[in-house]
Design a protein. Structure first.
Length: 196
């Protein structure tokens, strides 16, 4: 059975936000499937912005993010749920990833003078990115080439060794009917059961 971390990265704690229901449905499905589940709700955490390379390389994960960074290391499958904001992840998630995907947690620089390569420390983990958006999902994927989500996948998750990274893009969510919404929640539940 898998160890699944569900990261709800919606900045707005308003329970009406679809992302919260999606994260709940995934976590419920994962528990039904017999998987171990941990959850992180970024909107409920208060943590500082990373402001320098010096802090990134020599600092440590802020206290408020320790349980989250421990959970990233613990998990073998990580699910990120967020709304598309200005074509990409909300700033809150970027701020979280800058603090957590740092040397010592996510990768290790080569020893000075060895000429070696940066080593990934999170190899062996997989991920799923679940994104809600106002526009139709096909428009984001084919006209915008899914650039913001591709950046999360390639420049962040693949970079630290997390692979494969699968995607669920849900479009026109603000206008969605109750039955459409219910279908999305069922899809999340099924993915959770399968740890997919
Ligand atoms: C600051 C901001 C920027 C947004 N940018 C986009 C965007 O670039 N493309 C898009 O399709 N929708 C955009 N939206 C709409 C959100 O994606 C949409 O409200 C959200 O996915 C709804 O899901 P939720 O109920 O979980 O918040 C934006 C919304 C906000 C608040």
């Amino acid at each position: 059975m898998g160890k699944i971390l569900v990261i709800n990265a919606h900045p707005d704690p308003d329970p009406a936000r679809l992302c919260h229901a999606l994260a709940d449905a995934y976590a419920a499905g994962a528990a039904e499937g017999g998987h171990e589940v941990r959850r992180v709700t970024l909107g409920a955490l208060d943590f500082p912005l990373l402001r320098s390379m010096g802090d990134f390389e020599r600092g440590t994960v802020p206290e408020a993010l320790r349980p989250a960074s421990d959970a990233v290391i613990w998990a073998d499958h990580i699910v990120f749920v967020f709304p598309l904001w200005l074509g990409t992840m909300p700033a809150l998630l970027k701020a979280f990833l800058e603090q957590v995907m740092r040397p010592g947690v996510a990768f290790a620089y080569p020893e000075k003078g060895t000429g070696g390569f940066t080593r990934t420390l999170l190899k062996g983990r997989s991920a799923r990115i679940v994104v809600t958006m106002g526009m139709p999902a096909f428009l984001y994927r084919y006209w915008y080439l899914g650039h913001g989500v591709a950046g999360v996948r390639r420049n962040i998750l693949n970079f630290v060794g997390i692979k494969p990274v699968r995607e669920t893009l849900l479009g026109m969510v603000t206008a969605a009917s109750a039955s459409k919404r219910a279908g999305w929640l069922e899809r999340m539940r099924a993915l959770g059961r399968a740890a997919g």
